[in-house]
Design a protein. Structure first.
Length: 366
């Protein structure tokens, strides 16, 4: 293993340091008048914070050093840098989307599919500064002008290049010298080009070309548990069309649990899973409408799991059979609670970003 301050070449090397998302304070909604919406949001927020804190304790108990994002917006507001204004910035709950650490380099990405994430980089700025002082390289993706999610999707469909670089780190899978990525409304060709230009020829990039299937964050569609074992929401033959290098690997097919999603929203006393749209003021509608949308049906949060090492993973606590399946492949699966993953659109892995793993930049396919 090379001597690096930060970085991971895989998602399965022993996890040493992790960046963990955080949330707004529990009194965030106190300014709202009382009622069903306020009560619901307070419940969801308090339970999310509780589950997130237990995840942090679990990581610490396995020797992972934790760095926590900072929340800079403690009440509903319009945030502005003098050029771009955002109504109610989203809490920095998912650093997996906007940060990556590889080859002693820190990346802060510009994620434009949700306008209320324009100021996401504020949450990890001080942490990046500390590692920068220790010798890590700091690379900040240029920010474009503010766009709505609808405009962004149109740019992807009609003009894939967009007008500026953007990408979510979750669109990439790292496995040694190989990086697999998707181009979707969460990443465009200029974002990938910017990423490649910094990493150089040390890594080989592979685009997952089938846009009919690979339309969302890659880490919620496929997971390299260890060399030789893959979790996938797709059948093996589908994966081999875009990643033929894993033909001899073992596959665990993880089917989307739509019944589980439907049950969650039914538990929120809703008719169609959009209860907050009927009960919010203007500010909260703009805040929430960008969080839960149809993409949730394309995402498999049972795949969006955290590897502590090649033999140990943290998984959602809602699927005992899944735990047994992993055990049959020699993997210890530790259940962790995340009650409102469908509301936020985040799995366990989304809540973290790998600052440092014990792994190597080698060709795992040879």
């Amino acid at each position: 293993m090379d001597n690096k301050v930060v970085g991971s070449y895989t998602s399965f090397g022993k996890l040493k340091k992790a960046l963990v998302g955080t949330f707004q304070p529990l009194d965030y909604f106190d300014a709202l008048p009382g009622g069903h919406f306020k009560d619901r949001m307070n419940k969801i927020m308090s339970e999310t914070i509780e589950d997130r804190n237990k995840l942090v304790e679990m990581l610490k108990s396995h020797g992972v050093e934790i760095y926590e994002c900072e929340n800079h917006f403690d009440k509903p507001q319009v945030a502005s840098n003098g050029i771009t204004s955002v109504i109610n910035p989203r809490p920095p709950l998912s650093p997996r989307d906007n940060t990556d650490f590889i080859d002693n380099k820190m990346f802060s990405f510009y994620t434009t599919n949700q306008p209320n994430r324009y100021f996401d980089d504020y949450a990890h700025h001080n942490i990046f500064m500390d590692f920068f002082k220790q010798g890590a390289e700091w690379h900040q993706m240029p920010k474009g002008y503010h766009q709505t999610e609808v405009e962004n999707k149109l740019h992807w469909l009609e003009f894939p290049g967009g007008h500026h670089p953007y990408m979510d780190a979750s669109n990439c899978i790292k496995i040694g010298k190989h990086i697999f990525y998707t181009l979707a409304y969460t990443a465009n060709q200029w974002g990938i080009k910017w990423f490649k230009s910094i990493l150089g020829d040390k890594f080989t990039f592979h685009e997952l070309m089938d846009k009919q299937r690979w339309v969302d964050h890659t880490d919620a569609m496929i997971k390299i548990v260890r060399p030789g074992l893959i979790l996938s929401k797709f059948k093996k033959e589908t994966v081999l069309k875009v990643i033929p290098q894993v033909a001899n690997w073992d596959f665990i097919f993880v089917e989307n649990n739509h019944t589980d999603i439907e049950r969650y929203f039914e538990d929120q006393d809703t008719s169609d899973g959009k209860w907050y749209w009927y009960e919010t003021e203007n500010w909260s509608t703009k805040w929430l409408e960008q969080w839960v949308d149809d993409d949730i049906w394309n995402t498999n949060f049972d795949i969006n799991i955290i590897s502590l090492d090649e033999k140990t993973v943290l998984i959602p606590d809602e699927n005992p059979e899944y735990e047994k399946t992993l055990k049959s492949h020699g993997i210890t699966a530790i259940p962790c609670r995340l009650r409102h993953r469908y509301f936020w659109g985040h799995g366990l892995n989304c809540l973290t970003s790998d600052i440092l793993r014990e792994d190597e930049c080698i060709d795992y396919f040879k």
